[in-house]
Design a protein around this ligand. Structure first.
Ligand code: ADP
Length: 632
């Protein structure tokens, strides 16, 4: 009998399978089962209109058999089968499948990872077997045919005997090698778990005869020692109905939680389950979870975002990153769509229109669920925000603010008046009639900001302040620029515009009268400050540092703490409280003792820096100065 050669590109793919060092060889079973399931789909579809098929839904099944001794694994289906021509064209060539066109473009070299990312189809059988035999009888045909191949050399096709319609795949499992254990594919437990892992949701029963030990009757009771019989039972390995295909009303919280924990390796129940079925431009089901805890590696590079992706119940990608934007990377879950092809490659998925539609619609679902939680279950939302709020703020900052609209209603900050986390919407709804700005103050912690001199007057005038305690906060707000047309204003920068007309006049007068004093103080401080001036934000404290321009002191701290050679510096302004007794002292010294004025100026500047949590240049000089003051 003549051996036929494989078509060139098939040969290359086959070669790659045979010599593959790919570690997840187990996926061959997924591929073969999914082919079997497709073949059954076809015949089942036929049976709906063709009386002659004579089969109903329950008659279909996929069967796995193991012959350990002879190293034979068999996978049979009673699907549509293949004619001689089909065997030739389907198995002799890899024709249309998407993975091939990608492979053509990208040269089949040693790219072993390709295997993990594609549905590689029938040829994956050669990852685990020396010889593959396909006996198939197509629906409506009398004659069955046998296709056989031992690898890249070629294949044969000849007529053979088979009574029923369908296909039997016989794999001669390879001998173990130094680095590879192939025995596992002959082990009933291992096979069961592979089926569970990848093909649990195949819609037809996948059955296998499994050995089970059963208690012998009459033993194990009334003091009789237990004895066991080994019995063979035909077991259905897959559950067939995936949880996400069930109706919400059929499911209890407990079932969702258990599924989440099993599937995504968490010990804690999720805070939120988002289960939905969507029809329209693209049809899909999704089941998503928001974890109750931050994964230990969440804020590191090791963390991989993504949802499991199923095409018609078959897992095609463990973590599809394109389904989730970075700012929702904490979401776990899966998507199952009938509109996706099983053989789609990762690279092609990225450009897949359907997938983009799904991703957009998932994003909306996640956002609306979060908003719902924010409104109706505030405590849970607070907890969620403590876990993942930082990621949302990063999301506002990243991509030059492109996603700020999506995220601005989700973020929260500590409020000076409410003493808890509040949303921007809540802040704006409470704004006073004459209030122009959304005020904020930055610092290391709520406690520290609470004591900042700059917050005193703003609070005193009855305005709420948002406390920015995360490094990213000010950067994110700069991207946001405004919320509901209200601009953000730092209590430590620029003109707060809080004074009455009278107060403004008074300040102007003071400034004019004391211009000399400020000029001297600025000279003493040199480059440390850009300006010394009367403050319009202080109440009981004598001095503070404010910043002038885009960069705040907090931003300076954050940027300089990053591994970066170039240090930045915010423009500092030393502000003096004209109604503080110290101011009188300074005015006097301006005329009587310049040296002392210099010393006091340095002290006041250093104090203001300390209050801001900034590093001071010379702590020793500072304490020496203070000692000098204390010594008679
Ligand atoms: P794909 O499934 O992506 O088309 P495969 O290489 O896995 O690629 O299979 C090639 C073709 O062989 C399938 O499209 C199908 O027509 C046919 N085929 C494979 N397995 C079976 C089977 N068990 N029954 C019927 N046809 C099959």
């Amino acid at each position: 009998m003549a051996t036929k050669e494989f078509k060139a590109e098939s040969k290359r793919l086959l070669d790659m399978m045979i010599h593959s060092i790919y570690t997840h060889k187990e996926i061959f079973l997924r591929e073969l089962i999914s082919n079997a399931s497709d073949a059954i789909d076809k015949l089942y579809f036929r049976s709906l209109t063709d009386q002659n098929v004579g089969m109903s839904r329950e008659d279909f099944q996929i069967q796995i058999e193991v012959d350990k001794e002879n190293r034979i694994l068999t996978i049979s289906d009673n699907g549509i089968g293949m004619t001689q021509e089909e065997l030739e064209s389907n198995l002799g060539t890899i024709a249309k499948s998407g993975s091939l066109s990608f492979k053509n473009e990208n040269e089949l070299t040693d790219d072993v990872d390709v295997i993990g990312q594609f549905g590689v189809g029938f040829y994956s059988a050669f990852m685990v077997s020396d010889k593959v035999t396909v006996v198939s009888k197509a629906y409506g045909q009398e004659q069955a045919y046998c296709w056989e191949s031992e690898g890249a050399e070629g294949y044969t096709i000849e007529p053979c005997q088979k009574d029923t319609t369908g296909t039997v795949l016989t794999l001669k499992i390879k001998e173990n090698e130094e680095q590879e254990n192939y025995d596992e594919f002959l082990d009933q437990y291992r096979l069961q778990s592979i089926v569970k892992k990848y093909s649990d949701y195949i819609r037809y029963p996948i059955v296998m005869d499994v050995e089970q030990s059963k208690l012998k009757e009459g033993t194990g009771v009334d003091g009789v020692d237990p004895e066991y019989d080994t019995v063979i039972e035909t077991k259905t390995l897959n559950s067939m109905v995936p949880i996400w295909k069930k109706q919400k009303s059929e499911l209890q919280d407990g079932e969702y939680n258990q599924f989440y924990k099993d599937k995504f390796f968490d010990f804690t129940d999720p805070v939120r389950v988002i289960h939905s079925s969507t029809e329209g431009a693209v049809t899909y089901r999704s089941l998503m979870f928001i974890p109750a805890k931050t994964p230990f590696n969440y804020y590191t590079k090791e963390y991989e975002k993504g949802l499991q992706l199923y095409a018609s119940g078959v897992l095609i990608m463990e973590k599809c990153p394109d389904l989730l934007p970075d700012y929702f990377s904490f979401v776990k879950g899966l998507v199952d769509s009938e509109d996706l092809s099983l053989n789609i490659s990762r690279e092609m998925l990225q450009h897949d229109h359907q997938l983009k539609l799904i991703a957009k619609s998932l994003e909306k679902k996640i956002k609306s669920e979060l908003l719902k939680m924010q409104k109706s279950e505030r405590e849970a939302y607070d907890k969620f925000f403590k876990n993942f709020g930082l990621q949302l703020k990063f999301g506002i900052y990243n991509n030059y603010g492109a996603d700020k609209e999506t995220l601005q209603d989700l973020i929260m900050f500590h409020s000076s008046s409410e003493n808890k986390l509040v949303t921007l919407g809540e802040y704006v709804s409470r704004m006073k009639e004459d209030q122009k700005y959304i005020f904020y103050a930055s610092g290391e912690s709520v406690e520290r900001i609470e004591h900042l001199p700059q917050t005193e007057l703003v609070k005193d005038k009855g305005y709420e302040i948002l406390y920015f305690t995360d490094d990213i906060d000010e950067f994110a707000i700069q991207m946001l620029m405004q919320y509901q047309e209200k601009q953000f204003k730092s209590v430590s920068a620029g003109d707060l515009d809080l004074e009455t007309e009278e107060e403004k006049q008074e300040a102007k007068k003071q400034t004019e009268e004391n211009q000399d004093l400020f000029t001297s103080m600025k000279e003493f401080l040199g480059d440390k400050v850009k300006q010394v001036r009367i403050s319009n934000r202080l109440k009981t404290h004598p001095v503070c540092i404010s910043s002038d321009g885009q960069m705040s002191l907090e931003m300076e701290k954050v940027l300089n703490s990053m591994p970066n050679d170039q240090k930045v510096k915010a423009d500092r302004v030393l502000e003096i409280n004209a109604s503080h007794p110290i101011f009188e002292t300074l005015k006097e010294l301006q005329h009587t003792d310049k040296e002392k004025l210099n010393a006091y100026t340095q002290l006041l500047y250093t104090q203001a820096m300390l209050i801001e949590g900034m590093e001071i240049e010379d702590p020793v000089a500072f304490s020496n100065e203070i000692c000098k003051l204390m010594t008679k």
